[in-house]
Write a protein that binds this ligand. Structure first.
Ligand SMILES: [Zn+2]
Ligand SMILES: [Zn+2]
Length: 178
């Protein structure tokens, strides 16, 4: 049985989901599977902000989330927001099932740099670890290099490593074995 499921929400960067599937299986030590792609999230579009409501996407994920106990991570190219913030890299239910990651601001092109595929993949992995970590009950970590630290800009995300810090690793293993 897969315990973590991934799905794309609208068209996303080719091949990225498959890479994340194997990398996330490694870092969580869990089976990871992919669900069938979801359509473009036009239902979540806010014409005033020209961004997509993270909450609306989470509602859609709830509709397709498999059995209880499983985690579902949606990946979208759309720029996500919640009302109080100008954007979010992602969102998750603490100790819940659902999480979402936006690739919009993980592309170097967003910052007027040349495309960098390996960097995009690394950023997507860190952000996926962070949001899925919340679903396993992990909260924000003071260790800047830990994927569970809070990143509100791309520089903070780039300071992170793709390994859990010692204390988050322990908390994660406890949560998984529960
Ligand atoms: Zn967070
Ligand atoms: Zn940590």
């Amino acid at each position: 049985m897969s315990l973590i499921y991934l799905t794309s929400v609208g068209r996303i960067e080719e091949g990225l989901l498959e890479i994340l599937e194997s990398q996330l299986a490694d870092v969580f030590g869990l089976r990871v599977g992919c669900l069938k792609p979801l359509p473009e999230p036009s239902y979540a579009f806010d014409p005033k902000r020209r961004q997509y409501s993270s909450v609306a996407v989470m509602h859609e994920l709830m509709r397709v989330c498999p059995a209880s106990g499983a985690r579902l991570l949606g990946i979208t190219e759309k720029d996500l927001f919640i009302p109080v913030l100008s954007f979010v890299f992602g969102q998750a239910q603490l100790n819940g099932s659902l999480s979402v990651v936006s690739l919009a601001r993980l592309h170097q092109e967003f910052y007027q740099f040349a495309p960098d595929q390996p960097l995009l993949q690394e950023r997507a992995l860190k952000e996926a670890m962070h949001e899925l970590g919340h679903t396993f009950g992990l909260v924000h970590c003071p260790e800047k290099a830990c994927p569970m630290s809070l990143a509100t800009n791309i520089h903070q995300l780039d300071l992170k490593k793709t390994d859990w810090c010692v204390s988050c690793e322990i908390l994660l293993q406890e949560a998984i074995s529960r």
